[in-house]
Ligand binder design. Sequence first.
Ligand code: GLC
Length: 440
Amino acid sequence: MFDREAYNRRMQWYLHDRFGMFIHWGLYAIPARGEWVRSQEQIPVEEYEAFFKEFNPVDFDPHKWARAAKEAGMNYAVLTAKHHDGFCLFDSALTDYKSTNTPCGRDLVREYLDAFRAEGLKVGLYYSLLDWHHPDYPHYGDRHHPMRENEAFKNHTYDFDRYLSYMHGQVKELCTNYGKIDLFWFDFSYDDMSGEKWKATELVRMIRSYLPDVLIDNRMTVNRMDQKQEGTGSLLSGDPAEYSGDFVSPEQIIPPEGIRDVGGNPVAWESCITMNNHWGYCAADKHYKPADMLIKKLVECVSKNGNLLLNVGPDARGNIPRQSLDILRRIGEWMHHSSASIYGCGGSELPKPDYGRITAAPGRLYFHVMEPLVGFVPLTGVRTQDIEQIRLLCDGSELKIADNWITENYPDVTFVSFGESPLLPDPVDTVIEVQLKKMD
Ligand code: GLC
Protein backbone atom coordinates (compact mmCIF):
# COMPACT_ATOMS: atom_id res chain seq x y z
CA MET A 1 0.00 0.00 0.00
CA PHE A 2 1.22 3.45 -0.89
CA ASP A 3 2.11 5.39 2.25
CA ARG A 4 1.12 8.92 1.32
CA GLU A 5 2.09 10.37 4.65
CA ALA A 6 5.66 9.12 4.40
CA TYR A 7 5.72 10.28 0.80
CA ASN A 8 4.60 13.81 1.64
CA ARG A 9 7.19 13.98 4.38
CA ARG A 10 10.14 12.98 2.23
CA MET A 11 9.03 15.21 -0.64
CA GLN A 12 9.07 18.41 1.39
CA TRP A 13 12.59 19.65 0.64
CA TYR A 14 12.28 18.75 -3.00
CA LEU A 15 9.03 20.61 -3.56
CA HIS A 16 10.53 23.57 -1.76
CA ASP A 17 13.90 23.61 -3.49
CA ARG A 18 12.67 23.56 -7.11
CA PHE A 19 16.00 24.07 -8.87
CA GLY A 20 18.86 21.62 -9.27
CA MET A 21 21.96 20.86 -11.31
CA PHE A 22 22.31 17.72 -13.41
CA ILE A 23 25.89 16.70 -14.10
CA HIS A 24 26.70 14.26 -16.90
CA TRP A 25 30.32 13.28 -16.72
CA GLY A 26 32.36 10.25 -17.59
CA LEU A 27 34.80 8.77 -20.13
CA TYR A 28 32.64 10.11 -22.95
CA ALA A 29 33.91 13.60 -22.15
CA ILE A 30 37.08 12.60 -24.03
CA PRO A 31 35.55 11.76 -27.44
CA ALA A 32 33.36 14.78 -26.65
CA ARG A 33 30.42 13.79 -28.80
CA GLY A 34 27.90 13.21 -26.01
CA GLU A 35 27.28 10.35 -23.58
CA TRP A 36 25.66 8.09 -26.17
CA VAL A 37 28.74 8.05 -28.39
CA ARG A 38 29.54 4.37 -27.77
CA SER A 39 26.07 3.32 -28.83
CA GLN A 40 25.59 5.79 -31.65
CA GLU A 41 28.89 4.93 -33.30
CA GLN A 42 28.72 1.26 -32.23
CA ILE A 43 32.19 1.47 -30.73
CA PRO A 44 33.61 -1.88 -29.56
CA VAL A 45 34.66 -2.13 -25.94
CA GLU A 46 38.37 -2.50 -26.85
CA GLU A 47 38.34 0.75 -28.76
CA TYR A 48 36.50 2.64 -25.99
CA GLU A 49 39.13 1.30 -23.59
CA ALA A 50 41.55 3.95 -24.85
CA PHE A 51 39.53 6.59 -22.99
CA PHE A 52 39.67 4.55 -19.79
CA LYS A 53 43.46 4.39 -20.02
CA GLU A 54 43.62 8.11 -20.61
CA PHE A 55 41.00 9.53 -18.22
CA ASN A 56 42.70 12.14 -16.08
CA PRO A 57 40.64 15.26 -15.34
CA VAL A 58 43.46 17.38 -13.99
CA ASP A 59 41.26 20.42 -13.40
CA PHE A 60 38.54 18.58 -11.48
CA ASP A 61 37.56 20.66 -8.47
CA PRO A 62 34.09 19.76 -7.24
CA HIS A 63 34.11 22.77 -4.94
CA LYS A 64 34.10 24.98 -8.02
CA TRP A 65 31.16 23.05 -9.43
CA ALA A 66 29.32 23.26 -6.13
CA ARG A 67 29.89 26.99 -5.88
CA ALA A 68 28.68 27.51 -9.44
CA ALA A 69 25.50 25.60 -8.60
CA LYS A 70 25.01 27.43 -5.33
CA GLU A 71 25.56 30.84 -6.89
CA ALA A 72 23.04 30.04 -9.61
CA GLY A 73 20.48 29.47 -6.87
CA MET A 74 20.39 25.72 -7.27
CA ASN A 75 19.58 23.71 -4.18
CA TYR A 76 20.45 20.18 -5.19
CA ALA A 77 22.51 18.28 -7.70
CA VAL A 78 22.56 14.91 -9.43
CA LEU A 79 25.81 13.39 -10.72
CA THR A 80 26.15 10.40 -13.04
CA ALA A 81 27.74 7.80 -10.76
CA LYS A 82 27.48 5.38 -13.70
CA HIS A 83 26.09 6.12 -17.14
CA HIS A 84 25.06 3.65 -19.83
CA ASP A 85 28.68 2.98 -20.81
CA GLY A 86 29.08 1.30 -17.41
CA PHE A 87 32.06 3.39 -16.29
CA CYS A 88 31.85 4.09 -12.56
CA LEU A 89 32.90 7.39 -11.05
CA PHE A 90 33.09 5.67 -7.67
CA ASP A 91 35.32 3.08 -6.08
CA SER A 92 33.08 0.06 -6.44
CA ALA A 93 34.38 -3.25 -5.11
CA LEU A 94 32.35 -5.03 -7.77
CA THR A 95 34.17 -3.82 -10.87
CA ASP A 96 37.54 -2.70 -12.17
CA TYR A 97 35.83 -0.33 -14.54
CA LYS A 98 36.04 2.71 -12.31
CA SER A 99 37.72 6.07 -11.98
CA THR A 100 40.10 4.86 -9.28
CA ASN A 101 41.70 2.53 -11.85
CA THR A 102 42.29 5.26 -14.42
CA PRO A 103 45.20 7.74 -14.29
CA CYS A 104 42.76 9.95 -12.38
CA GLY A 105 42.87 7.55 -9.43
CA ARG A 106 40.14 9.34 -7.46
CA ASP A 107 36.70 8.44 -6.16
CA LEU A 108 34.90 11.24 -7.97
CA VAL A 109 31.52 10.48 -6.44
CA ARG A 110 32.89 10.85 -2.94
CA GLU A 111 34.59 14.14 -3.75
CA TYR A 112 31.46 15.44 -5.42
CA LEU A 113 29.31 14.48 -2.44
CA ASP A 114 31.67 16.11 0.05
CA ALA A 115 31.93 19.34 -1.95
CA PHE A 116 28.22 19.76 -2.65
CA ARG A 117 27.22 18.93 0.90
CA ALA A 118 29.75 21.49 2.10
CA GLU A 119 27.89 24.15 0.09
CA GLY A 120 24.64 23.09 1.75
CA LEU A 121 23.22 21.44 -1.35
CA LYS A 122 21.22 18.25 -1.35
CA VAL A 123 23.01 15.48 -3.20
CA GLY A 124 21.71 13.04 -5.76
CA LEU A 125 23.23 10.26 -7.83
CA TYR A 126 22.24 9.14 -11.29
CA TYR A 127 22.68 5.42 -11.90
CA SER A 128 22.14 3.81 -15.27
CA LEU A 129 20.04 0.66 -15.33
CA LEU A 130 21.57 -0.10 -18.72
CA ASP A 131 25.18 -1.20 -18.78
CA TRP A 132 27.07 -1.53 -22.04
CA HIS A 133 30.20 -2.77 -20.32
CA HIS A 134 28.87 -5.62 -18.21
CA PRO A 135 29.24 -9.01 -19.94
CA ASP A 136 25.79 -10.13 -18.77
CA TYR A 137 23.86 -7.18 -20.10
CA PRO A 138 22.27 -8.28 -23.40
CA HIS A 139 24.34 -7.13 -26.37
CA TYR A 140 23.10 -8.44 -29.70
CA GLY A 141 19.53 -7.49 -30.48
CA ASP A 142 19.16 -5.08 -27.57
CA ARG A 143 17.75 -1.84 -28.86
CA HIS A 144 20.51 0.38 -27.48
CA HIS A 145 23.63 -1.72 -26.96
CA PRO A 146 26.68 -0.68 -29.02
CA MET A 147 27.01 -4.34 -30.14
CA ARG A 148 23.34 -4.68 -31.09
CA GLU A 149 24.18 -5.52 -34.70
CA ASN A 150 27.43 -7.34 -34.14
CA GLU A 151 26.93 -10.95 -35.24
CA ALA A 152 29.82 -12.05 -33.06
CA PHE A 153 27.52 -11.61 -30.06
CA LYS A 154 24.56 -13.35 -31.62
CA ASN A 155 24.90 -16.68 -29.88
CA HIS A 156 26.15 -15.41 -26.57
CA THR A 157 24.17 -16.35 -23.54
CA TYR A 158 23.73 -13.75 -20.90
CA ASP A 159 23.11 -14.42 -17.26
CA PHE A 160 20.91 -11.41 -16.62
CA ASP A 161 20.49 -12.38 -12.97
CA ARG A 162 24.22 -11.99 -12.59
CA TYR A 163 23.93 -8.49 -14.01
CA LEU A 164 21.09 -7.76 -11.60
CA SER A 165 23.14 -8.86 -8.59
CA TYR A 166 25.93 -6.59 -9.82
CA MET A 167 23.57 -3.68 -10.31
CA HIS A 168 21.81 -4.17 -6.97
CA GLY A 169 25.20 -4.63 -5.32
CA GLN A 170 26.48 -1.33 -6.69
CA VAL A 171 23.39 0.53 -5.59
CA LYS A 172 23.88 -0.98 -2.14
CA GLU A 173 27.45 0.34 -2.15
CA LEU A 174 26.16 3.80 -2.97
CA CYS A 175 23.57 3.53 -0.20
CA THR A 176 26.01 2.36 2.45
CA ASN A 177 29.47 3.80 1.74
CA TYR A 178 28.74 7.44 1.06
CA GLY A 179 26.64 8.88 3.86
CA LYS A 180 23.17 10.21 3.28
CA ILE A 181 22.14 10.38 -0.36
CA ASP A 182 19.10 12.59 -0.90
CA LEU A 183 18.04 11.42 -4.32
CA PHE A 184 18.54 8.54 -6.75
CA TRP A 185 17.99 9.07 -10.43
CA PHE A 186 17.71 5.71 -12.22
CA ASP A 187 17.78 5.66 -15.99
CA PHE A 188 15.97 4.09 -17.85
CA SER A 189 13.34 1.50 -18.77
CA TYR A 190 12.32 0.45 -22.26
CA ASP A 191 10.29 -2.31 -23.85
CA ASP A 192 10.24 -5.23 -21.41
CA MET A 193 13.32 -3.88 -19.64
CA SER A 194 11.12 -2.36 -17.00
CA GLY A 195 9.83 -2.82 -13.45
CA GLU A 196 10.33 -6.34 -12.15
CA LYS A 197 12.76 -7.11 -14.94
CA TRP A 198 15.13 -4.96 -12.85
CA LYS A 199 13.80 -6.68 -9.69
CA ALA A 200 12.59 -3.21 -8.94
CA THR A 201 10.51 -3.90 -5.83
CA GLU A 202 13.44 -5.65 -4.22
CA LEU A 203 15.78 -2.86 -5.27
CA VAL A 204 13.57 -0.11 -3.86
CA ARG A 205 13.05 -2.00 -0.58
CA MET A 206 16.78 -2.45 -0.23
CA ILE A 207 17.40 1.25 -0.92
CA ARG A 208 14.74 2.37 1.54
CA SER A 209 16.05 0.02 4.22
CA TYR A 210 19.26 2.08 4.24
CA LEU A 211 17.91 5.46 3.17
CA PRO A 212 14.24 5.67 4.16
CA ASP A 213 13.85 9.26 2.97
CA VAL A 214 15.75 9.14 -0.30
CA LEU A 215 13.81 10.31 -3.33
CA ILE A 216 13.73 8.10 -6.40
CA ASP A 217 12.83 9.11 -9.94
CA ASN A 218 10.22 7.22 -11.96
CA ARG A 219 12.37 5.50 -14.58
CA MET A 220 12.60 2.07 -13.01
CA THR A 221 9.52 1.48 -15.03
CA VAL A 222 8.11 2.69 -18.28
CA ASN A 223 5.99 5.27 -16.52
CA ARG A 224 3.77 6.25 -19.34
CA MET A 225 1.73 9.37 -18.91
CA ASP A 226 -1.38 7.66 -20.18
CA GLN A 227 -1.03 5.28 -17.22
CA LYS A 228 -0.64 2.17 -19.31
CA GLN A 229 1.79 0.39 -17.07
CA GLU A 230 2.19 -3.18 -16.06
CA GLY A 231 1.10 -4.22 -12.57
CA THR A 232 -0.06 -1.60 -10.18
CA GLY A 233 -0.48 1.99 -11.14
CA SER A 234 1.99 4.68 -11.92
CA LEU A 235 2.41 7.91 -9.99
CA LEU A 236 -0.53 9.26 -11.94
CA SER A 237 -2.86 6.51 -10.78
CA GLY A 238 -2.93 7.87 -7.23
CA ASP A 239 -1.89 4.42 -6.01
CA PRO A 240 1.65 3.94 -7.30
CA ALA A 241 3.73 0.78 -7.03
CA GLU A 242 6.75 0.84 -4.73
CA TYR A 243 9.04 1.25 -7.72
CA SER A 244 6.97 3.90 -9.50
CA GLY A 245 9.21 6.50 -7.91
CA ASP A 246 8.54 9.82 -6.25
CA PHE A 247 8.44 12.19 -9.20
CA VAL A 248 7.90 12.20 -12.93
CA SER A 249 10.93 13.07 -15.07
CA PRO A 250 9.94 14.76 -18.33
CA GLU A 251 13.04 15.09 -20.50
CA GLN A 252 13.74 18.07 -22.77
CA ILE A 253 10.18 19.27 -22.41
CA ILE A 254 8.10 21.24 -19.94
CA PRO A 255 4.70 19.58 -19.58
CA PRO A 256 2.14 21.88 -21.23
CA GLU A 257 -0.15 21.97 -18.21
CA GLY A 258 1.89 20.51 -15.41
CA ILE A 259 1.04 16.96 -14.35
CA ARG A 260 -1.97 15.76 -12.40
CA ASP A 261 -3.08 12.34 -11.21
CA VAL A 262 -6.42 10.72 -11.93
CA GLY A 263 -7.94 12.62 -9.02
CA GLY A 264 -6.76 15.94 -10.46
CA ASN A 265 -4.12 16.41 -7.77
CA PRO A 266 -0.77 17.88 -8.77
CA VAL A 267 1.94 15.22 -9.16
CA ALA A 268 5.57 16.07 -8.42
CA TRP A 269 7.70 16.40 -11.53
CA GLU A 270 11.07 17.64 -12.65
CA SER A 271 11.94 18.69 -16.17
CA CYS A 272 15.50 17.79 -17.01
CA ILE A 273 16.91 20.08 -19.63
CA THR A 274 20.26 20.47 -21.35
CA MET A 275 21.89 23.88 -21.78
CA ASN A 276 22.98 23.03 -25.32
CA ASN A 277 21.73 19.88 -27.09
CA HIS A 278 23.79 17.26 -25.27
CA TRP A 279 23.99 15.89 -21.73
CA GLY A 280 27.59 14.73 -21.83
CA TYR A 281 30.26 17.16 -23.06
CA CYS A 282 30.02 17.80 -26.78
CA ALA A 283 32.80 20.02 -28.08
CA ALA A 284 31.05 20.96 -31.31
CA ASP A 285 27.67 21.79 -29.81
CA LYS A 286 27.51 25.53 -29.28
CA HIS A 287 23.73 25.74 -29.34
CA TYR A 288 23.34 27.08 -25.85
CA LYS A 289 20.00 28.32 -24.62
CA PRO A 290 20.27 31.93 -23.51
CA ALA A 291 20.31 32.46 -19.75
CA ASP A 292 17.31 34.78 -19.99
CA MET A 293 15.32 32.02 -21.64
CA LEU A 294 16.31 29.53 -18.95
CA ILE A 295 15.23 31.94 -16.19
CA LYS A 296 11.79 32.04 -17.81
CA LYS A 297 11.74 28.25 -18.11
CA LEU A 298 12.51 27.87 -14.43
CA VAL A 299 9.61 30.18 -13.64
CA GLU A 300 7.42 28.21 -16.04
CA CYS A 301 8.24 24.95 -14.26
CA VAL A 302 7.43 26.38 -10.84
CA SER A 303 4.23 28.01 -12.11
CA LYS A 304 3.14 24.50 -13.11
CA ASN A 305 4.19 22.91 -9.81
CA GLY A 306 7.39 21.45 -11.22
CA ASN A 307 11.14 21.48 -10.65
CA LEU A 308 13.92 22.22 -13.11
CA LEU A 309 17.04 20.07 -13.27
CA LEU A 310 19.43 21.97 -15.51
CA ASN A 311 22.34 20.05 -16.98
CA VAL A 312 26.04 20.74 -17.30
CA GLY A 313 28.49 18.44 -19.07
CA PRO A 314 32.03 18.99 -17.75
CA ASP A 315 34.87 18.34 -20.19
CA ALA A 316 37.67 15.78 -20.04
CA ARG A 317 39.81 18.07 -17.91
CA GLY A 318 36.99 18.40 -15.40
CA ASN A 319 35.83 21.90 -16.27
CA ILE A 320 32.23 22.94 -16.69
CA PRO A 321 32.17 24.67 -20.11
CA ARG A 322 32.66 28.42 -19.95
CA GLN A 323 29.33 29.03 -21.69
CA SER A 324 27.54 27.04 -19.01
CA LEU A 325 29.29 28.93 -16.23
CA ASP A 326 28.25 32.23 -17.82
CA ILE A 327 24.66 31.03 -17.99
CA LEU A 328 24.73 29.90 -14.37
CA ARG A 329 26.17 33.22 -13.28
CA ARG A 330 23.44 35.16 -15.08
CA ILE A 331 20.69 32.97 -13.65
CA GLY A 332 22.27 33.55 -10.26
CA GLU A 333 22.02 37.31 -10.65
CA TRP A 334 18.30 37.03 -11.18
CA MET A 335 17.86 34.46 -8.45
CA HIS A 336 19.76 36.68 -6.04
CA HIS A 337 16.83 39.07 -5.87
CA SER A 338 13.96 36.92 -7.07
CA SER A 339 14.40 33.47 -5.53
CA ALA A 340 11.56 34.15 -3.08
CA SER A 341 9.29 33.67 -6.09
CA ILE A 342 10.83 30.22 -6.74
CA TYR A 343 11.70 28.51 -3.43
CA GLY A 344 8.71 27.18 -1.56
CA CYS A 345 6.48 28.26 -4.43
CA GLY A 346 4.19 26.41 -6.77
CA GLY A 347 1.45 27.20 -9.23
CA SER A 348 -1.60 29.32 -8.59
CA GLU A 349 -5.21 28.70 -9.52
CA LEU A 350 -5.36 32.14 -11.12
CA PRO A 351 -5.31 32.25 -14.92
CA LYS A 352 -1.95 32.77 -16.60
CA PRO A 353 -1.59 36.45 -17.47
CA ASP A 354 -0.74 37.54 -21.04
CA TYR A 355 2.50 39.13 -19.94
CA GLY A 356 4.00 36.25 -18.01
CA ARG A 357 3.30 33.79 -15.25
CA ILE A 358 2.25 33.47 -11.63
CA THR A 359 3.94 31.54 -8.86
CA ALA A 360 2.47 31.28 -5.41
CA ALA A 361 3.30 30.46 -1.81
CA PRO A 362 0.94 30.52 1.18
CA GLY A 363 -0.33 34.11 1.54
CA ARG A 364 1.81 35.39 -1.34
CA LEU A 365 1.46 35.69 -5.08
CA TYR A 366 4.26 36.45 -7.49
CA PHE A 367 3.37 38.04 -10.80
CA HIS A 368 6.22 37.48 -13.23
CA VAL A 369 6.07 40.25 -15.79
CA MET A 370 8.08 39.19 -18.83
CA GLU A 371 6.69 41.57 -21.40
CA PRO A 372 6.31 45.34 -21.08
CA LEU A 373 2.75 46.58 -20.90
CA VAL A 374 0.92 49.57 -22.22
CA GLY A 375 -0.07 51.33 -19.03
CA PHE A 376 -0.70 49.70 -15.69
CA VAL A 377 -0.03 46.04 -14.91
CA PRO A 378 -3.25 44.11 -14.23
CA LEU A 379 -3.06 41.59 -11.40
CA THR A 380 -5.91 39.60 -12.79
CA GLY A 381 -8.00 37.71 -10.28
CA VAL A 382 -6.76 39.66 -7.25
CA ARG A 383 -9.21 42.01 -5.54
CA THR A 384 -7.75 45.14 -4.02
CA GLN A 385 -9.46 44.53 -0.67
CA ASP A 386 -7.60 41.21 -0.30
CA ILE A 387 -4.18 42.79 -0.64
CA GLU A 388 -1.96 43.58 2.32
CA GLN A 389 0.94 45.07 0.36
CA ILE A 390 2.64 44.99 -3.02
CA ARG A 391 6.39 45.11 -3.55
CA LEU A 392 8.79 45.06 -6.44
CA LEU A 393 10.74 41.94 -5.52
CA CYS A 394 14.08 42.99 -7.02
CA ASP A 395 14.54 45.99 -4.72
CA GLY A 396 11.80 45.63 -2.12
CA SER A 397 10.23 48.94 -3.10
CA GLU A 398 6.56 49.67 -2.65
CA LEU A 399 4.31 49.47 -5.69
CA LYS A 400 1.24 51.64 -5.57
CA ILE A 401 -2.14 50.41 -6.62
CA ALA A 402 -3.15 52.42 -9.64
CA ASP A 403 -6.68 53.66 -9.97
CA ASN A 404 -8.24 56.19 -12.23
CA TRP A 405 -11.35 56.54 -14.38
CA ILE A 406 -10.11 53.75 -16.68
CA THR A 407 -9.25 51.16 -14.05
CA GLU A 408 -12.64 51.78 -12.42
CA ASN A 409 -14.10 49.76 -15.25
CA TYR A 410 -12.36 46.65 -13.96
CA PRO A 411 -13.61 46.22 -10.39
CA ASP A 412 -12.20 42.69 -10.02
CA VAL A 413 -8.73 43.57 -11.16
CA THR A 414 -6.01 45.31 -9.21
CA PHE A 415 -3.61 47.41 -11.27
CA VAL A 416 -0.14 48.52 -10.31
CA SER A 417 2.22 50.99 -11.88
CA PHE A 418 5.95 50.68 -12.53
CA GLY A 419 6.18 54.45 -13.00
CA GLU A 420 7.01 56.56 -16.03
CA SER A 421 9.15 54.22 -18.10
CA PRO A 422 7.43 52.00 -20.66
CA LEU A 423 10.20 49.45 -20.09
CA LEU A 424 10.32 46.86 -17.36
CA PRO A 425 12.66 47.33 -14.39
CA ASP A 426 14.03 43.86 -15.28
CA PRO A 427 13.45 43.18 -18.99
CA VAL A 428 13.69 39.40 -18.48
CA ASP A 429 11.28 38.94 -15.62
CA THR A 430 10.18 41.67 -13.24
CA VAL A 431 8.54 40.09 -10.24
CA ILE A 432 5.71 41.73 -8.33
CA GLU A 433 5.20 40.31 -4.87
CA VAL A 434 1.64 40.50 -3.58
CA GLN A 435 1.09 39.81 0.11
CA LEU A 436 -2.47 38.80 0.75
CA LYS A 437 -4.45 39.70 3.85
CA LYS A 438 -4.87 36.90 6.32
CA MET A 439 -8.23 35.29 5.88
CA ASP A 440 -10.13 34.22 8.99
C1 GLC B 1 18.22 9.64 -21.18
C2 GLC B 1 19.48 9.33 -21.79
C3 GLC B 1 20.57 10.03 -21.26
C4 GLC B 1 20.44 11.07 -20.24
C5 GLC B 1 19.13 11.16 -19.63
C6 GLC B 1 18.80 12.39 -18.92
O1 GLC B 1 17.19 8.89 -21.44
O2 GLC B 1 19.68 8.01 -22.09
O3 GLC B 1 21.77 9.90 -21.84
O4 GLC B 1 21.26 10.73 -19.20
O5 GLC B 1 18.13 10.39 -20.05
O6 GLC B 1 17.48 12.55 -18.63
